[in-house]
Design a protein around this ligand. Structure first.
Ligand code: BDR
Ligand code: CA
Length: 327
């Protein structure tokens, strides 16, 4: 079983990531940590608690960073709405937050488990993870895997160059990609072209019936308007759940090794993830600075097995409907 901490900003696709992590027997969801991103951290935390309340997910939820390491917080209200999870109706959250800050929850959890048994899954801005590294650098060698949603090697969604999770806190992303661990990056190139809620998937979810099926369909109905309208994505993108899916079954993605740098200074390219792919020959130095060591230790996801991904989502909804007695 993969022990994970899901660091998120729910968020429509974050909510699906939570459900998939809670419902798949291959995942041991040790806790959920929240961060500002799709909306402020008060709302993303409320949404995480509400999803857990509605679907009987009994794991610690710890609230995290209010804003990026430096600069102003940007939110994705135009994509996720005024609540951060517009569309579906959720009950008020009825269980308590973990008393720790998300950063301390991450550190405690990683340090009290056996080395190399806990994986981190950041699917919002990486502020909490960067702060945890700063506060307790020993987590770097103890963590098993880091698998992030964010970045892109072709084009962004918040600017032409940058993807939202990175752009919302580029300095945090820089800390995460520079740390001495290998990161698997599942970026927009994959999620907004391949991880889509196609009509066929939506029909399968509709056929299950019950409250959780309605919840997921309402998520997609809302997000279809913002993804389709603003971003011109064909069907709702289920970005964040891809990270959980790749931990459940690593063969669901194919990938390439790359050196990944986060652009911090570019006037038009701040927040861009500059991917230097080993397979494509790999540039041996950057911008004339031969001294900068190139290191292809990170992994960039390239393709997703969409039929398998859909099966996982359908099975998760069926399992939750059955075991939590939801109708
Ligand atoms: C990412 O940004 C958020 O809107 C989504 O939840 C996802 O994590 C996609 O760019
Ligand atoms: Ca997210």
């Amino acid at each position: 079983m993969e022990k994970i901490i899901l660091d998120c900003d729910p968020g429509h696709d974050d909510a699906i990531a939570i459900l998939l992590a809670a419902a798949n027997p291959a995942i041991d969801l040790l806790g959920i940590t929240t961060v500002s991103g799709n909306h402020n951290v008060d709302k993303t935390t409320r949404n995480a608690l509400a999803v857990c309340t509605a679907y009987g997910i009994n794991v610690p939820v710890a609230k995290g960073a209010r804003g990026p390491l430096i600069g102003e917080q940007i939110l994705a209200v135009e994509i996720h709405g005024e609540t951060g999870l517009d569309g579906p109706v959720l009950p008020p959250a009825s269980f308590e937050l973990d008393s720790r800050h998300a950063v301390d929850f991450i550190i405690d959890t990683v340090m009290t488990h056996e080395p190399k048994t806990v994986s981190l899954v950041p699917v919002g801005p990486y502020t909490n993870i960067a702060l945890a590294i700063r506060k307790e650098p020993r987590i770097i060698e103890r963590v098993k895997r880091v698998i992030v949603m964010g970045g892109a090697y072709t084009r962004g969604n918040i600017t032409p160059a940058a993807e939202f999770n990175i752009y919302a806190d580029p300095e945090a992303a820089d800390v995460v990609f520079r740390a001495d661990w290998d990161v698997t990056m599942i970026g927009l190139d994959l999620t907004q072209t391949q991880a889509l809620a196609t009509p066929d998937l939506q029909d399968r979810v509709r056929a299950i019936g019950g409250s959780i099926s309605t919840f997921i369909l309402d998520i997609w109905e809302f997000i279809a308007t913002t993804h389709g309208g603003l971003l011109q994505i064909k069907y709702p993108a289920i970005h964040d759940a891809c990270c959980v899916a790749a931990l459940i079954d690593p063969t669901i993605i194919t990938s390439e090794k790359a050196d990944i740098r986060v652009e911090l200074a570019g006037r038009w390219s701040r927040g861009m993830t500059v991917c230097n792919f080993e397979k494509m020959g790999g540039m041996r130095h950057y911008a004339g600075t031969a001294a900068e060591q190139v290191d292809f230790r990170h992994t960039v996801a390239m393709t997703l097995d969409h039929p398998k991904f859909c099966d996982m989502i359908v099975e998760a909804i069926e399992w939750l409907s059955r075991t939590k007695n939801l109708n």
